[in-house]
Design a protein around this ligand. Structure first.
Ligand code: ADP
Length: 439
């Protein structure tokens, strides 16, 4: 059977252990209470009669049932609830037999609520506190209406030193304080242990992250060296240093060179992302002449077109600021990445435009294409690492799904924002909005 979440969670390991502590402290409290009652009765401070002993006995019974339920894992929640309900009944009964509203034992409710709060959760504590309030109110009303006989409170302090009164009083106060101190210190100790375990885990995580950063930096460095070797040797071969080269071989060398360049680009992206993870991407602002920067970006990607007739245009919507204050290299990196994608995903007859315009306090740089577009459900995910809309597209279009992840990091570095709009089959527009700090 399923109970509300706050009850169900008591089945979980650490909470079960708390329930066991609750049962042990239940025995402790019941037995100490019995000792105080016997002492109080023999000293004539507490009313005589069996009622108080019977209440302690009832508590010992439900406590034992709860203990068995937890040990044997049978009806643990049900027997635990019965035990807590019995606590409430026994407390109210004891308060009733020792003077009702005048009983010095009223503080027991506070103990119960505090112990429950420490050992269980808010739901159970509120339930028990509500139960206690209801039982107390019923008892009090029944006494006032005359449905239950009144019981006098234990001998009340009446001036002068009464050893019997003082002894029972002090014992009771000590029990009250001891239970609260024991249960709080127990819980605090466990919380401290958990806190230490968490701190250790945190240190381990940070350590693992730093090691990952070092590993990435080393491995990418190690990967670059042989690729440079391949490129160098290919160049020598192409330059016929080792003998004449046929046309077919020249094509093969060009292909090797392109693949090596692609690998280098991917390794650089991985290295940049690793740096960004380690918080080591540096922002180096300077006064950048805007038009010159934008005009310089296009030729650096035009070579990607090869013999394709796709149009690549710059659209400057005046008025534009002469200069902007930003990190030139990073901004170029962002635009090159976006333009590379646009060219990659736009067919021969399409068009790619780099557009610049001022929008209020921001400079909007858009890369628009009339390419294949991105399905709406994929739009939120294209920024994730190694994410490609069509997994097989890496074979068709190249790339590893790192470009946009890096763009997002770089855009953050520049204090800018990037947004994408796309219609499947008709094209995409990526817009970077930079804060316009006119230099
Ligand atoms: P990749 O190296 O694969 O291009 P990116 O992170 O740059 O990796 O892009 C992730 C994916 O987003 C791409 O594989 C592609 O599916 C999609 N994408 C990015 N830009 C465009 C675009 N202009 N048109 C269509 N799809 C795009």
């Amino acid at each position: 059977m399923r109970y509300p979440r706050f009850l169900e969670e008591m089945r979980e390991g650490p909470r079960r252990r708390n329930l066991l502590h609750g049962v042990y402290s239940g025995y402790g409290i019941a037995l100490s209470f019995e000792v105080i009652t016997v002492l109080g009765q023999s000293l004539g401070v507490v009313p005589r009669g069996w009622a108080l002993h019977l209440l302690v006995l009832a508590k010992l019974c439900t406590n034992t049932l709860a203990w068995l339920g937890l040990r044997k894992d049978v009806l643990a929640l049900e027997l635990g609830s019965l035990n807590v309900s019995m606590d409430v009944l026994v407390m109210t009964g004891t308060i009733y037999f020792t003077g009702g509203p005048l009983s010095p034992l009223f503080a027991m409710y506070a103990i119960e609520v505090a112990v429950l709060a420490l050992l269980t959760n808010l739901g159970i504590t509120l339930l028990a506190a509500g139960g206690a309030a209801l039982t107390y109110a019923s008892m009090s009303l029944a006494v006032q209406a005359g449905w239950l006989p009144r019981h006098p409170p234990p001998v009340v302090y009446s001036g002068g030193l009464s050893l019997a009164y003082a002894l029972t009083d002090i014992l009771w106060a000590s029990l009250f304080l001891m239970i609260l101190t024991l249960s709080t210190s127990l819980i605090l100790r466990r919380m401290r242990a958990q806190e230490e375990a968490l701190e250790q885990k945190n240190r381990d995580l940070l350590d693992a992250n730093a090691q990952k950063g070092h590993f990435m930096a080393n491995i990418t460095h190690e990967l670059r060296t042989p690729i440079h070797g391949i490129q160098g040797l290919t160049e020598l071969l192409e330059g016929e240093v080792y003998g004449p080269v046929t046309e077919k071989q020249r094509e093969a060398f060009a292909s090797i060179d392109r693949s090596a360049a692609g690998l280098l680009a991917m390794i650089d992206e991985l290295l940049e992302l690793a740096r960004s993870d380690a918080g080591k991407l540096e922002y180096k602002p300077s006064e950048v002449p805007l038009r010159e920067l934008l005009e310089g970006v296009l030729p650096s990607v035009r070579w990607l077109l090869g013999t394709r007739a796709t149009k690549l245009e710059l659209a400057l919507e005046e008025p534009l600021p002469e200069r902007i204050l930003t990190d030139r290299a990073r901004l170029v990196q962002i635009l090159v990445n976006l333009l590379t994608n646009a060219l990659k995903f736009t067919p021969e007859e399409g068009k790619v435009t780099l557009r610049a315009r001022v929008e209020g306090e921001r400079l909007a740089l858009s890369v628009e294409d009339t390419g294949i577009g991105i399905p709406p459900e994929e739009l939120p995910h294209i920024w994730e690492r190694f994410r490609q809309v069509d997994g097989s597209s890496s074979r068709r279009y190249g790339g590893a799904g790192l470009g946009l992840a890096l763009v997002q990091r770089l855009v953050e570095l520049l204090g800018a924002a990037v947004e994408v709009r796309s219609v499947l089959g008709s094209g995409s527009t990526f817009t970077v909005r930079l804060p316009l700090e006119r230099a």
